[in-house]
Ligand binder design. Structure first.
Ligand code: GLN
Length: 453
């Protein structure tokens, strides 16, 4: 089974990989903007391990952690997130840097940040979001794993658009302690790697209980094999060409090993609205703490009028963050909360129940996105609702906390297309096995047309 981690560990002179690594990254970073904080001290002699990166919303002691926001510029966390402590304690990986992202995780294409990341295959195209930099780093760096985070598709989408494996675990399998929250009932820390085996190793390194996060309670992870693949008709109707035909070709190839059926869903294609209602309600609550006094942009001059003081701080949020604060605060207000928030949580429950019964029988498979990778100039013209609609495949498993994995399956005009596989709660290992099998079937070879480091 392909494993870049094992290849690295078996190398005679891993020092060769490290020589020039930092300067190569700095060169590539000028065009692709995937790293926001680089650990310039990393060296094989000192660390002797495989490099790992974290999404910029995961705290690393003493390293600037901004969550892609001007609001947190200069923030040096005084502690490590639990995942960072676990990965350091494993003795296998050393910290290389933090990766670019949509501000606080708000986005699908990686464009909602100060300097957007660009696709690893062609820098005129979007990297995908919100874990844009993590996916580009995984595509660019041969020996490396990325720790990323997903609320509604932020691992699946960028992984698909950069041709790497993106894994989002069962909600509660990995500690969120030290993650800069977007929406607590949805956030999951997961991983990206170039192959399923390496993603599994990285997941095993970071998962497990943590006394600092009481929601992290899923200890036992299973591996129930499934022979059935379900395609949701109502979701597939949203897929456009060339994704539609490419995905049909994928199903043809999987048909030999799996029983594939198209089924109806009453509710999964309605997931976007409840997801954004819940996500924005939680996000607006989480962002309230950035007041320029306790948290966020520090306003030294405290001898000012209340409104001026807070406005000066909160003006540092980007446009999408402001939109979500306004909408999220409205959604939570007394007069409309039953109309929106309560209804959204009911629909969420219906989606979970429906998916749970499907997933008892088999996997759900779909493309990761309904369209092929857009150019940056085209994606930036999309309206917010057009943007949100791009999450149609990734939002349902995220709303339900179901584990899912994205893997590359075809290339269109030189850019990768990714598929998404979902399984039931705490059955995460079955996903790695499926993708490893696919990698063999596909004679998977990581493709990169820009040269890699
Ligand atoms: N596109 C989704 C959003 O903007 C997902 C983001 C995420 O998973 N962090 O909310």
């Amino acid at each position: 089974m392909k494993s870049y981690i094992n290849e690295f560990l078996g190398m005679e002179k891993p020092t060769d990989y490290y020589s020039g690594l930092l300067s190569d990254i700095e060169k590539l970073n000028k065009e692709h903007h995937f790293i926001t904080t680089l650990n310039k001290d990393i060296s094989y002699e000192k660390d002797g391990r495989l490099p790992f990166t974290v999404k910029a919303n995961i705290c690393v002691k003493g390293f600037e952690t901004t969550a892609g926001s001007k609001m947190l510029r200069g923030y040096l966390p005084p502690f490590n997130a639990t995942v960072v402590d676990k990965i350091n304690a494993s003795g296998r990986f050393s910290f290389l840097g933090e990766t670019n992202m949509d501000e606080f995780g708000f986005g699908t294409f990686g464009l909602n940040t100060e300097v957007p990341a660009r696709n690893a295959f062609d820098n005129d195209y979007v990297a995908g979001g919100s874990s844009s930099g993590a996916a580009v780093a995984t595509a660019m760096l041969k020996y490396h794993v990325a720790i990323a985070e997903s609320t509604g598709g932020s691992i699946a989408t960028p992984a698909a658009l950069n041709g790497v494996v993106g894994f989002t675990p069962t909600y509660g399998a990995v500690s969120r302690y030290g993650l800069i929250d977007y929406a607590n009932s949805l956030d999951k820390i997961g991983v990206m790697a170039r192959c399923a085996e390496d993603a599994k190793v990285a997941f095993d390194t970071i998962r497990g209980r943590d006394r600092y996060d009481t929601t992290c309670s899923v200890e036992t992870i299973g591996n129930k094999k499934r022979k059935k693949l379900f395609v949701i008709k109502e979701l597939m109707e949203k897929a456009e060409e060339p994704v539609k035909s490419a995905f049909e070709r994928l199903l043809d190839r999987l048909g030999g090993n799996y029983e594939i059926s198209e089924i109806d869903s009453k509710i999964m294609d309605k997931a976007i609205a409840p997801y954004y209602i819940i996500a924005m309600a939680e996000a607006s609550t989480n962002l309230a703490k950035y007041d320029g006094y306790k948290y966020g942009f520090q306003n030294e001059d405290t001898n000012r009028k209340y409104n001026d003081f807070f406005t000066d701080a909160r003006i540092n949020f980007g446009a999408e963050a402001k939109r979500r604060i306004i909408l999220g605060t409205f959604i939570r207000s007394e007069s409309v909360k039953d109309k929106y928030y309560s209804k959204a949580t009911q629909v969420r429950g219906m989606i979970i129940r429906e998916m749970r019964s499907i997933l008892e029988e088999g996997f759900i498979i779909s493309p990761a996105l309904p369209i092929a990778t857009p150019k940056i100039e085209n994606a930036s013209k999309l309206t917010p609702t057009q943007n949100y609609a791009m999450d149609i495949f990734t939002v349902p498993p995220n709303l339900g906390g179901f584990p899912h994995i994205t893997f590359p399956y075809e290339y269109h005009d030189g850019l990768p297309l990714g598929a998404q596989l979902v399984t039931g709660h705490a059955n995460d290992y079955a996903l790695f096995d499926f993708v490893s099998e696919w990698e063999e079937l596909f004679e998977y070879r990581f493709r990169h047309n820009l040269g890699e480091i």
